[in-house]
Design a protein around this ligand. Structure first.
Ligand SMILES: C[S@@+](CC[C@H](N)C(=O)[O-])C[C@H]1O[C@@H](n2cnc3c(N)ncnc32)[C@H](O)[C@@H]1O
Length: 361
């Protein structure tokens, strides 16, 4: 389905673009003002008060307001009803595009085509021939390609694991991931041109690194909080039942800290972790669970009781972080250095506390 761009949608789009760039001038203002979002998101899912997902399509009340608001919109749910693709929050898209610092003629690789909206913005700024986008989901790629063509854009769109990049159009001057990574995949470093900039979500932050030599890169997290759905890979499900069989220990770190001040630091120390919470009928936090792709699992109750299982003692890492950071640390105090053999995140400088990222394929 293709949707017309009329006076109402043009006005809504220009209001959104003006709002996004009100506080600072951006080279992307013209792209946001020119490229309509609604043809790329003709329907989306919203959660009602019970948590159930409801589809909202063009013509439904509130559709246009939502599409031209600064909101991430879920566009697809998996078999379990969990979102697996979305149109990202426009202000986060702008922050990442600004950080990418593109110049005319730059060749860009995007990981996570999704709706194709961000791809369209890249094409508007750089031209079709300079844009390559990869998504793992063939259905999304097919739909995004059609919508891009209808909007007048013909970039290279590829079905595949973005972690492998796309050597066919390398080298890239800029690489932008719109899907969460646990480390910077080696193929991307190999396909990056000398001096290339890579902007990618990692945990609850966004990294901006610059290639400093073959296989070497360095950079910092942006100050902005952000979370992107994780790159689809195989991982082990949480082992809650097995954890419940383990002896309990006690902790003085409130489980709420994992959901608050330690959230970002935990995502650096335990790349790829996922958390969940259990609450009373009144909404009070009763326990949190966390797990990593290797199946390590911890459950921590508000009483201070902890049960853990798996190759990593996850809550022990959280306790160390709680000692290291009495307040929420600023994201831009964390830097990443990449060499051909290692990727390490440091706090403040390379003499500070450090956390290795997992070997990236
Ligand atoms: C937040 S959405 C991308 C938003 C998109 N840039 C847009 O403007 O609509 C994340 C996308 O990453 C894709 N994805 C997940 N795992 C991937 C992988 N391993 N390689 C490439 N894409 C992946 C998902 O299918 C999803 O469409």
């Amino acid at each position: 389905m293709t949707l017309p761009d009329d006076g109402a949608t043009a006005a809504a789009r220009q209001r959104m673009a003006a709002g996004l760039t009100a506080d600072h001038p951006s080279a992307w203002a013209a792209a946001f003002a020119s490229v309509p979002r609604h043809p790329f998101v003709p329907c989306f899912y919203a959660q009602d008060y019970t948590g159930a997902w409801e589809g909202i399509a063009s013509g439904d009340p509130g559709f246009l307001e939502a599409v031209y608001s600064d909101t991430a919109l879920t566009i697809q749910l998996d078999d379990q009803g969990v979102p697996n693709s979305s149109s990202s929050q426009p202000s986060t898209m702008l922050t990442m595009l600004d950080a990418l610092d593109v110049r005319d003629g730059h060749r860009v690789l995007e990981l996570g085509t999704g709706t194709g909206y961000n791809t369209a913005l890249l094409c508007h700024r750089l031209g079709d021939k300079n844009v390559t986008s990869v998504d793992i989901d063939p259905g999304l790629v097919e739909t995004a390609t059609q919508r891009l063509q209808h909007a007048g854009f013909n970039p290279t769109i590829v079905v595949g694991d973005g972690a492998q990049g796309y050597p066919g159009n390398a080298p890239y001057d800029r690489i932008i991931a719109t899907v969460g990574l646990h480390a910077i995949p080696r193929p991307l470093l190999e396909q990056a041109a000398p001096g290339a900039v890579i902007v990618a979500p990692l945990g609850y932050g966004i990294l901006r690194i610059t290639m400093t030599g073959r296989g070497h890169a360095t950079g910092r997290f942006l100050p902005t909080p952000a979370y992107f759905m994780a790159r689809r890979t195989s991982g082990t499900a949480p082992q809650f039942d097995a954890a419940a069989q383990q002896d309990s220990t006690t902790t003085s770190v409130p489980p709420a800290d994992l959901l608050g001040r330690l959230k970002f630091a935990a995502s650096v120390a335990l790349p790829g972790y996922t958390s969940c919470s259990w609450r009373s009928d009144q909404g009070d936090l009763e326990a949190v669970g966390l797990w990593t792709p290797d199946g390590s699992t911890a459950v921590v109750h508000d009483s201070g009781s902890v049960q853990q299982i798996g190759p990593q003692r996850l809550w022990d890492t959280i306790e160390k972080l709680a000692k290291e950071f009495t307040d929420e640390p600023a994201r831009d105090a964390f830097l990443l250095t990449i060499t051909p053999t290692r990727q390490i995140v440091y706090y403040e400088d390379t003499d500070g506390p450090s956390w290795p990222l997992p070997a990236a394929n």
